[in-house]
Design a protein around this ligand. Structure first.
Ligand SMILES: CCCCCCCC/C=C\CCCCCC(=O)SCCNC(=O)CCNC(=O)[C@H](O)C(C)(C)COP(=O)(O)OP(=O)(O)OC[C@H]1O[C@@H](n2cnc3c(N)ncnc32)[C@H](O)[C@@H]1OP(=O)(O)O
Ligand SMILES: Cc1cc2nc3c(=O)[nH]c(=O)nc-3n(C[C@H](O)[C@H](O)[C@H](O)COP(=O)(O)OP(=O)(O)OC[C@H]3O[C@@H](n4cnc5c(N)ncnc54)[C@H](O)[C@@H]3O)c2cc1C
Length: 616
């Protein structure tokens, strides 16, 4: 499977390069590479073994290396002359980066670093493509000078001979084994023993080790985390794509499949006529759109921040970090759970490989873990919210994406309930700020009672996580509201299109309201009548969006090859394609399977003989 994936990935990369040259000659623009990865990833159901090369190895060389180091390594990597990965996670550590065990000891006598993975738990474990594809990697290690720890550093390490692909001396490398998906990616392990690299193989744009061993610290140590921020931004985009694919499949199937009359004596309707089916499918279509828009915003913010960091302006890093964390978590959780809901909405056929929903789930689900496990990133955002709440209490301004927190903090109570979009959005934001305030009180009480900040974060973890989750909801819903209601290009939309968008906003806001009704009722008094009115509006907007469901998912414009699903093909010939796929199963090559003579017949005969004997 891995070799097939590599073959497909290379073919797609070549195709992409020719398209890039035709449409973007000489452009070093990253988007074709990203689009390429998106396209390659979508075309290879078992995952793209070049993803981490495209997204992390080349980017780390560009952003963490000096211009000279880019000339030496980065240009060749961008041109796919060498293939690399990002080797940070170890068998024993993934989240707690300061606990990473791989080490780089500087030898000023030879001006080299001696790289070691001292224990089994220090082995790099998971990097994409590391098993068999890559001949280089970015090796993340704790830097030591005169046995004094200096923090994390990145090293360009060649792991295989460029001609023979044989592992180099001191390198122990291989595949970590089968996974629940992405089995074309050959995630690998890497052990190094006294492996020497020249001083200039340490990426030194932001921190340096001089020939005599003097260490020049990075002005902002977190800039070494920047490659992870980029992938978190990509995950937000990629996982909204996976959800859109699954929503397209389930929507198309739901207007082909007929089942269970709604009125006695009437013909069986398309299953999308059932209100409960609409509630399973249509909100997922809208969620995919909502996250695509949020991910696009985040990507723009990433590009602006990357340019600023290049100019040594690190001021926007904290806001980008907070947003990248919360959107990576929100998108990966909601897409993973949403894809499973959509699979279940397709009944038994949703469980067939020919439907491809299982594989889309297996591609989306690991994003809840890689690039920062979601619960850890929720806590990270919770900590940032605590810091920002202290700013609010001190009367200071907050970063733009958290400005609503200041506004809500000034409200002594929630205004008269109207149920308008603005009211629903403000309710989610108000509940978020109420949760932040409660989390801060718990956290602060713990710190005041002499708990360390780390311990206080841990013991306030449930409230910090809740506050972070509601912050994500507030940001995403606020962004969608702005795009639909206040977008500068709103006048260019036809009234019909604007109406569809407004129905999607209505559905999103009401759906989030009901999902967090408990959190909202904790801070806002809402009557049963007001809640029932929203229930009626939910049923009404599902009915309004029903006629547009197919058109909206067609607008995602996925080629049948990308969906790779007998349930979701554009022509709707589901049963013919299911049957065609079934007949291709190897077991259908013969009328009598080989196991009949070898196992089944003797088994049944033995039982029959025993039955006869027991009667005698
Ligand atoms: C669209 C095209 C297709 C694209 C397809 C995309 C998806 C598929 C692609 C590839 C396949 C998968 C690739 C996966 C690759 C990996 O998984 S690489 C390994 C990823 N590992 C992690 O993410 C590790 C997670 N852990 C951490 O990030 C950190 O340990 C932590 C953030 C949890 C904690 O940081 P730490 O420094 O240890 O302590 P703190 O006290 O929390 O932080 C100290 C201060 O630093 C700030 N900070 C932390 N991280 C960042 C950051 N990234 N940027 C900026 N600032 C950061 C933090 O807020 C603290 O600031 P203050 O001191 O002001 O409080
Ligand atoms: C498909 C896939 C591809 C990957 N690709 C790469 C790659 O290319 N390069 C690379 O370097 N890595 C890669 N990874 C590794 C990935 O980054 C790690 O799995 C991830 O960072 C989590 O670390 P871990 O697996 O060691 O889990 P751990 O850090 O051991 O965490 C395990 C669990 O402990 C809990 N936990 C941990 N820390 C805390 C905390 N502070 N507070 C509360 N709970 C906590 C959480 O529930 C967490 O799920 C990949 C992983 C996968 C699944």
């Amino acid at each position: 499977m891995a070799s097939m994936s590599v073959k497909h990935a290379i073919a797609a990369a070549k195709k992409l390069r020719s398209l890039q040259e035709r449409f973007n000659p000489g452009g070093s623009d990253i988007y074709p590479a990203l689009m390429g990865d998106e396209a390659i990833t979508a075309l290879i159901p078992s995952g793209n073994p070049l993803s981490v090369h495209i997204l992390m190895f080349t980017r780390a060389l560009r952003e963490q290396g000096t211009d000279e180091q880019y000339e030496k390594f980065g240009r060749r990597a961008d041109n796919n002359e060498i293939i690399g990965t990002f080797a940070q996670t170890e068998l024993g550590h993934g989240t707690y980066l300061r606990g990473l065990e791989a080490r780089a000891d500087y030898d000023r006598g030879t001006e080299e670093f001696v790289l070691n993975t001292p224990k089994l738990s220090s082995y790099k474990w998971w990097p994409g493509g590391l098993g068999q594809t890559c001949n280089y990697c970015i090796f993340v290690a704790q830097l030591y000078i005169d046995n004094e720890a200096k923090g994390m550093a990145m090293f360009v390490v060649q792991i295989r001979d460029e001609e023979t692909h044989m592992p180099l001396p001191g390198v122990h490398v291989g595949e970590i084994g089968k996974k629940m998906g992405l089995n074309g990616v050959n995630n690998g392990f890497l052990g190094l023993k006294d492996y020497r690299v020249p001083r200039l193989n340490m990426l030194m744009r932001h921190q340096q080790v001089l020939p005599d061993g003097r260490f020049v610290k990075s002005p902002v140590s977190q800039v070494s985390y920047f490659p992870m921020v980029f992938v978190r931004c990509m995950v937000a985009r990629q996982n909204s794509n996976y959800l859109a694919q699954a929503a397209t499949i389930a929507t198309r199937y739901s207007v082909i499949r007929r089942q269970s009359p709604i009125e006695e004596g009437q013909p069986e309707p398309k299953i999308l006529e059932h209100l409960t089916q609409q509630m399973k499918v249509i909100p997922e279509i809208v969620t995919a759109v909502v996250y695509r828009l949020a991910a696009a915003n985040l990507q723009n913010m990433y590009n602006e921040t990357a340019e600023a960091v290049y100019r040594k302006d690190f001021s926007r890093l904290p806001e980008l970090h907070a947003l990248a964390c919360i959107l990576k978590v929100a998108t990966s959780y909601d897409s993973t759970y949403g894809i499973e809901r959509l699979r279940q909405a397709c009944g038994g056929h949703g469980y067939l490989t020919a439907g491809n929903l299982g594989n889309i789930f297996a591609m989306a689900a690991p994003a809840c873990t890689y690039e920062g496990e979601n619960s850890v990133l929720y806590l990270q955002v919770g900590k940032i919210l605590m810091k920002n709440w202290s700013q609010v209490l001190a009367g200071r301004e907050l970063m733009p994406s958290m400005a609503y927190i200041s506004e809500c903090s000034k409200m002594t109570s929630f205004p008269q309930w109207t149920g308008s979009w603005e009211c629903l959005l403000k309710a989610i934001q108000y509940a978020c700020v109420g949760s932040i305030r409660l989390a801060f009180q718990s956290y602060n009480a713990r710190v005041q009672s002499a708990q360390s900040q780390t311990a206080a974060v841990n013991y306030s973890g449930l409230e910090l996580t809740k506050a972070a989750e509601l912050h994500g909801r507030s940001y995403v819903a606020g962004n969608f509201y702005q795009q639909i209601v206040n977008s500068p290009n709103k006048h260019q939309r036809s009234p019909q299109f604007q109406k569809v968008l407004e129905n999607m906003l209505e559905l999103h806001l009401i759906q989030i309201f009901f999902r967090h009704l408990g959190d909202i009722l904790r801070f806002i008094r809402i009557t049963e009548d007001e809640i029932s009115a929203l229930q009626r509006r939910l049923e009404e907007v599902l009915k309004e969006l029903r006629p547009d469901a197919v058109a909206i998912t067609d607008a995602f414009d996925f080629n049948d090859k990308i969906l790779s699903s007998a349930l979701g093909c554009y022509d709707g010939n589901v049963y013919e394609r299911l049957f065609e796929a079934a007949l291709k199963h190897p077991l259908n090559r013969k009328s009598v399977p080989d196991f009949f003579e070898a196992h089944l017949k003797p088994f049944m005969k033995e039982n029959a003989d025993n039955a006869k004997k027991s009667k005698l």
